[in-house]
Design a protein around this ligand. Sequence first.
Ligand code: NAD
Length: 435
Amino acid sequence: MASDLRLATAPIVRPDKDHFLDENNPFEAMMSRFDRAAQLLDLEPGLYKVLRHPEKQIIISVPVQMDNGEVEVFTGYRVLYNTSRGPAKGGIRFDMNVTLEEVKALAAWMTWKCAVVNLPFGGAKGGVVCDPLRMSVGELERLTRRYTAGIIATLGPDSDVPAPDVNTNERVMAWIMDTYSMHVRHTVTAVVTGKPVEMGGSLGRREATGRGCMIVTKEALSHLGMPVVGSTVAVQGFGNVGSVAAQLLAREGCKIVGISDRAGAFYNRKGVDIAAAVAHLRQHRTLEGFAGGEPITNDDLLTLDVDVLVPAALENVITSRNAGKIRAKIICEGANGPTTAGADSVLDEKGVFVIPDILANAGGVTVSYFEWVQDRGGYFWSEDVVNQRLTEIMVKSFHDVLHLSRQHKVNMRTAAYMASINRVATVHKLRGIYA
Ligand code: NAD
C-alpha cells in the first residue's frame, strides 16, 4: 500500500533537481559578483550594508503525521531578502540539502533577477529539509499544508508570493493556495504562481523560461551581427528549460547540433530533429537510446564548435578548468549559476558573449508576474498576449543591460548586477529608512 502511494508521487517530485544540490554551493560566487557591481556603482556604504542583509528569516518546525502513524518533525525556512520594490517573490524547494544559508542566497538571487527585468517584486525563497522522493502524496500534502500554515503571516499577494522550485510543482502550489485561502476564508489565487491553469495559472508559464532564452539569444546574435537562421546551437539539459529553448530556437531557424540530459549527449552535424528528441523523451523519460545523433560526452557537448551554447541543466558546469576550451561565441545561461566566477575572466578574455542567468532565465519569473497580475485582475490573457508581453520585457531588459555594459565597459553579467542593484538601491533611497 505504502509503496503504491510512493509510486504515485512521481509527478510531484522532480528527481533531476537533486543534482543541483550536490554541486558546490555557487551562491558565495554570486555575492562576489554583487560586490563588484556595488563597487562600480559606488554604492553608499549604508545602502551596501542594507542590500547585503536579508530583511526577514523565518525558521519553523513542521510536524507531520506520516503514513505509518509516527510523527516526524521537519525544518522549514522562508527568507524575504528585500521587499523595497514590491511583494517578495521566490520559489519553495523540498530537499535534504536545504539550509538557511542556501535559502538566504537564493532569496538574494531572486531580488536581483526580478529587478533586472524590472518587475515590481522583491526577492524571497523558501524550503523544507525533507526527502520528497521517499514520501507519499499524503505525507507531502500534509507537509505542504503545515509548512504553509507556519509561514502564513508572511504570505499574501501583497507581501510574499511563492512559486515552484526544486522538487515542488503546480500540485504543491495548489495545496499552498488552498491552505492560505482556507485561513483567510476566501479564495486567493494570487498568493502563489506556477499554479495549474485551471485554477488561475497562466498560459505560457511552462514554456516561459525557455522562450525567454530564445528571445535573448536572438537579440545577442543580432547584436553580434550573426544570422539567426543557420546558427549552430548546443543545449545542455533537456528538461523544462533546455527542451523548450531547443524547440523554439529550432523553430526560429537555428541548427541544434547538440543536446544532452543526465543520460548522455548527442551530436548531429546536420542538426538534431528536436521534435523526434521530444517524442523520445516523452516515451522513455530520458534521451538514453536516442538514435538521432552520435553519442558524445556531456563535457564534449560544452566545448562543441557552435555559435551558441545554452547550459540549461546544472550549476558550475563552466569552470576555470574548461572555460578555455569553450568554442561557442555566445553562452545563454538557461540554468542558474552554470558558470563559476573563476570562469568569467577566462570567457571575457576569449571574447565569449555571456547572457547571464539573472537575465537569460528571467522569462519564468516574468510570466509568474503575469500570472499574479491576471489573478488580481480576474481577467486572463491569451497565450499570444502572454508571449508578446514576455518578448517586450526580455528584449527591453537585454538592451538595458547591453547599454550599461557598453557604458561602463563591463561584461553583461556585471552590467546585469549593476542594473538590478541600482534599481533596488534607488527605491531604498527614495523611501528612506523608516524609524
Ligand atoms: P528539469 O529538471 O526540468 O531539467 C533538468 C535537465 O537537466 C534534465 O534534462 C536532466 O536530465 C538534465 N541533467 C541533469 N544532470 C545533467 C548532467 N550531468 N548533464 C546534462 N544534463 C543533465 O529542470 P529545469 O526546470 O529545466 O531547470 C534547469 C535549470 O534552469 C536549473 O538550473 C533551474 O534552476 C534553472 N531555471 C529553471 C526555471 C524554470 O522555470 N524551470 C527558471 C529559472 C531557472
